[in-house]
Ligand binder design. Structure first.
Ligand SMILES: [Zn+2]
Length: 266
């Protein structure tokens, strides 16, 4: 309907003569939705009892709102949390802290065996990255992937949270054991950068699984069998880890665009 609704029809509509299931009501309502002029005219035809009812309803709502409880002010903290992390990372954080504590206690009980803290440090952030950036770990991933902040911006924020949660217990364990911080910090950063770099191509979770699994199979397992600390986690390999961490971080920053694609969430 392009023409305006006639005054006669508006008056009948206001009086309730046009019932809701009447086919002639639909075009009137469709027109009223988009025409302010006809809505204004309709207001003039509205019967006094209806106007009185609207007035009293409005007054009661305003009174109840003014007397009611104040709105809860917790949203800003929640919003801040969602900007940096997801609740699904909480269980991972507890599990990782427990694993590092267990490794520390074993290292202290068996000082002659290869240090579990050093062997596990490089891969401690990987499970966190996999949970923070995966279709299974984040129930809202589809919504997040569609937002303007999705991609490297949000991924880096979550990576920072993962690193803080991993480095704090590692720092405590390393300090108590008297280990050189470079031996656990540099491999940890290098593996994080490698996961971000490879994750852009095959998905962050898959990259974490490939790199973590590879490290456990080729370094951790042989070290435990041979009862000898491998060269890669001894002081001589620190320059190599510095180079690896620098190059991998540079490459990961060059390839940030990869995380705009949905494959990054695999
Ligand atoms: Zn109209």
């Amino acid at each position: 309907m392009t023409a305006h609704v006639s005054a006669e029809v508006l008056a009948r509509y206001a009086e309730g003569e046009l019932s809701a299931d009447d086919a002639s009501t639909w075009p009137v309502e469709a027109h009223l939705e988009s025409c302010a002029g006809c809505r204004e005219q309709l207001a003039r035809f509205t019967p006094a009892p209806v106007l009185a009812l609207l007035e009293s309803t409005g007054t009661s709502i305003m009174t109840a709102t003014a007397k009611g409880p104040r709105p809860a002010r917790r949203r800003s903290l929640r919003r801040l949390l969602h900007r940096w992390t997801t609740w699904s990372m909480l269980s991972w954080a507890v599990m990782t802290a427990t694993a590092i504590a267990a490794a520390f206690l074993l290292d202290r009980a068996f000082p002659l065996r290869p240090s579990l803290v050093l062997l596990l440090a490089p891969v401690t952030p990987l499970a966190g990255l996999a949970i923070a950036w995966s279709r299974h770990g984040d129930p809202a991933w589809e919504t997040i992937a569609g937002t303007a902040r999705a991609g490297i911006d949000l991924l880096l924020r979550r990576t920072v949270v993962v690193l803080v949660m991993v480095l704090a217990p590692l720092f405590a364990a390393g300090g108590l054991l008297g280990t050189d911080p470079a031996l656990w910090l540099l491999p940890c950063l290098a593996f994080t950068a490698a996961t971000l770099l490879l994750g852009g191509l095959i998905g962050v979770s898959r990259a974490a699984a490939v790199l973590g699994g590879g490290w456990v199979l080729t370094v951790v397992a042989p070290a435990l069998v041979a009862v000898r600390l491998p060269v890669v986690v001894q002081t001589g390999s620190v320059p190599g880890w510095i180079a690896a961490a620098t190059v991998l971080t540079g490459l990961a920053l060059l390839r940030t665009g990869d995380h705009q694609r949905l494959t990054s969430w695999k």
